[in-house]
Design a protein around this ligand. Structure first.
Ligand code: ADQ
Length: 736
């Protein structure tokens, strides 16, 4: 820093030297001339005075021609000061008298010799001129004095230069130090505290701008350094290597990525139907680490080691799965109760009322603590990167932060965040928000969900929010709120079956003709997915366009979900009844209009269905993102097929070329189905091509990469802050 301030000072000193130098050059001749004039005037005045004093004696002595006295008078006068000689000339210009040592070049007729200043005085008596007195002063000393004076002037300028430069350097140094300290404090406060009183007054107007600028710069860096095309597992791996080298990564989620079940043929491994698992699994494969999750499979305990760990994926182990066991009571209260009867309907506007019970809340708190303890136990370092997944763990971030204050905790909230009024009905709203503000980084699918969250915090907690930078300061800590639209892993070409084969195989499987038009619905059996509204749209479409009866079916794949909850049991019954009702109504010999399969399918089966269908229908009443829409697009390398997409999904903010509908409006759904069934192939291609580019580039590696990049940035900043703290502590100790 001293070097930097010195460099800064040089920028000031060089121009100063130049200005003072030029000024000195311009000033010296003027000063010289003035000095000369002053000396000359002084000599003239002295000569005039002497001439005046000699006048009277000479007027008396000259007529007497008293040579002796006149010579003595002149000699006496010359002996003083700078006077070289005095001569007296008659009126005709002849030299009459002279002092001793008269220079030969001085006479009555010629001009003043060099190095001399001559003053003349005419002596008159009664109007008659007696002659003139000529006094010659020595001016040789003036050059010496002038030179001396120049040295003085030069010395003064030099002194001025030294003093001003030193003063300037000193001011630059302290200003620079002051600015740097203030700036550091300002930036550091991102991770330490938000105390506006300690922000230097000159910086206060800049605080918001500065943070907004950093935020912008960061976004820009993210998009330029890691351009969308670059996001592959390899890229993510190298990012982890470059940006989080040697850092420990822990994932926490309720759902485990691999479930071991006892089946007819022994222990089988199952992948759950979960968007979250679909999204986070490729990240863990890329970075290794430990995934902590609820061990829910019937053979889970049988497959772990003594520390409840198992290496996964089973065929090619890449990371560790640490299972946490929950009692039935805990699972009922924390998972089914508070998470799925409370928070899930609270966050989704699907007109199902949330239920809040104190007993569920107590289990939610206890299980969050159990998982937080597992994170602390699994952490080998004091500053791991912890990726927390979803609404089951709103309290966990703060619990982990209390034990591992240096941890970088990133949480992704996979479902929507409601508006403050809706969220306000939760009896434990403040505790949930406080828990979430234990995160370093909190991500949502869309900017709209981020905005809702920030407004909710603003409504219910005393915090400091910086909207431009999207940060919240609470309890001396900062949480960054950012949108990270989730996506899928782009399928490898070799994983895909031929589209023609898939089409034929599915139609054979369903016992329908090869020309049969198929719409596909793939969802967990959840009331937020709008399955009822989808069926109603099919019914209405067939009412309006009966020519499709027997020529079109909706294949609905519905994975059973949360089936122990009454709301979900009712939904399943309703869905089954409605399918039955529609099939009865439009009964025909070829195929029923709705083919409902309430069962789990593996990813490869689903991919074949996506490739075999003519259209995919996503009619969620509210959905954070919806990965099915993206999976369908990724599967369609033939660039055919139409996506019908609810406007209430996060995906609708990205996939503008889909047929966007309001699923509550049954006619709109019916019209979209008809339009999709009759859409020319050229239009299908145009739409599909554009959406495929987006989904391929904005894939799940980008989603994870952007979050991890932000985490790495915040981590670096935190480390710098810690260093500064330890420096200042040491300095303080030394001072004491
Ligand atoms: P989900 O509500 O589970 O996810 P979604 O995004 O559609 O919703 O993901 C479902 C996943 O499960 C997909 O990968 C799909 O292939 C799979 N799946 C669905 N039905 C299946 C079946 N019958 N058999 C097998 N697999 C099936 C939550 C939020 C979403 C958000 C995701 C990711 O509700 O809004 O997009 O997390 O953040």
């Amino acid at each position: 820093m001293p070097l930097r301030s010195f460099q800064l000072s040089l920028r000031f000193i060089f121009p100063l030297a130049l200005v003072l130098g030029l000024f000195a050059l311009a000033t010296l001749p003027v000063v010289d001339e003035l000095t000369r004039r002053w000396f000359m005037r002084d000599l003239d005045a002295r000569s005039a005075m002497l001439a005046a004093s000699l006048q009277q004696p000479l007027l008396e002595l000259v007529p007497l021609e008293d040579v002796e006295h006149i010579a003595s008078l002149l000699d006496r006068s010359v002996s003083e000061g700078k006077l070289r000689a005095i001569i007296f000339c008659d009126a005709a210009g002849h030299l009459l008298y002279q002092s001793k040592n008269k220079p030969s070049e001085l006479n009555c007729r010629t001009a003043a010799p060099s190095q001399m200043r001559v003053t003349e005085r005419v002596l008159e008596q009664d109007g008659i001129s007696l002659g003139k007195l000529v006094l010659a002063q020595d001016t040789s000393f003036i050059d010496g004095r002038s030179m001396e004076f120049r040295y003085y002037v030069f010395a003064v300028f030099l002194l001025m230069f030294v003093v001003i430069s030193a003063l300037g350097a000193w001011i630059a140094h302290w200003s620079w130090q002051g600015w740097i300290t203030a700036l550091k404090t300002l930036l550091r406060r991102d991770v330490i505290t938000q105390n506006s009183a300690s922000t230097p007054p000159e910086f206060r107007p800049l605080v918001g701008d500065l943070r907004a600028m950093l935020h912008e710069m960061n976004l820009e860096r993210r998009t330029t350094q890691y351009s969308p095309q670059a996001w592959t597992p390899q890229k993510l791996r190298s990012l982890l290597h470059d940006e989080l080298a040697g850092d420990e990564i822990l994932v926490v989620s309720n759902r485990e990525p691999y479930i071991h079940e006892r089946g007819e043929h022994g222990i089988e491994v199952r992948r759950p139907a979960s968007g979250l698992v679909t999204a986070v699994e490729p990240v863990m494969r890329a970075c290794s680490g430990t995934w902590i999750a609820h061990g829910s499979g019937s053979a889970d305990r049988a497959t772990v080691d003594l520390q409840d760990r198992v290496k996964v994926p089973p065929k090619r182990p890449a990371y560790t799965l640490r299972r946490v066991w929950l009692s039935q009571e805990e699972e009922d209260g924390y998972y089914y109760g508070f998470s799925n009867e409370g928070l899930w309907p609270l966050c989704h506007m699907a007109h199902v009322r949330p239920v809040f019970r104190s007993s569920d809340w107590n289990q939610y708190v206890a299980v969050n603590q159990r998982f937080a303890d597992a994170v602390v136990a699994e952490a080998h370092t004091d500053d791991p990167v912890v990726l927390v997944q979803d609404y089951h763990f709103a309290l966990l971030p703060r619990m982990v932060r209390e034990k591992l204050p240096k941890a970088t905790i990133i949480m992704f909230w996979h479902i929507p965040w409601p508006n403050p009024e809706s969220f306000g009905i939760c009896p434990w709203r403040e505790a949930l928000l406080e828990g979430l503000l234990g995160n370093t980084l909190l991500g949502f699918h869309t900017p709209f969900h981020c905005k809702n969250f920030i407004e909710t915090v603003d409504r219910y907690l005393e915090t400091r929010i910086e909207h431009e930078a999207s940060t919240i300061f609470y309890g001396g800590e900062l949480t960054q709120i950012e949108p990270y639209p989730i996506s899928i892993a782009w399928p490898e070409p070799e994983e895909q079956h031929d589209i023609g084969v898939c089409r034929a195989a599915l139609r054979t499987e369903l016992s329908v003709p090869a020309s049969h038009r198929l719409a596909l619905g793939v969802d967990r059996l959840d009331y937020t997915k709008g399955i009822v509204e989808r069926f109603q749209a099919v019914e209405r479409m067939l009412e309006l366009h009966p020519e499709f009866i027997g020529r079109f079916s909706l294949l609905q794949i519905a994975a059973p979900s949360r089936s122990s909850l009454e709301e979900y049991q009712n939904l399943e019954a309703r869905v089954r009844m409605l399918a039955h009702h529609i099939n009865q109504r439009f009964v025909n010999p070829v195929a029923p209009p709705v083919m409902l399969r309430v069962e789990h399918h593996n990813a490869s089966q689903l991919a074949q269905y996506y490739r075999a269908a003519d259209l995919c229908v996503v009619t969620s009443l509210h959905d954070g993102m919806n990965l099915v829409a993206k999976e369908f697009i990724a599967a369609r390398e033939d660039e055919l097929g139409v996506l019908i997409l609810s406007q209430f999904t996060g995906a609708a903010r990205e996939l503008h070329e889909a047929l966007i509908i309001n699923p509550y409006h049954i006619e709109q759904g019916a019209q979209a189905l008809y339009r999709a069934l009759t859409m020319p192939e050229a239009e299908q291609r145009e739409r599909m091509r554009s959406m495929r580019t987006l989904v391929r580039d904005f894939n799940v590696y980008r989603w994870a990469g952007l979050m991890l990049l932000d985490a790495a940035r915040l981590r670096r900043r935190q480390r710098v802050t810690e260093k500064i703290h330890s420096f200042s502590k040491r300095a303080l100790r030394r001072a004491v």
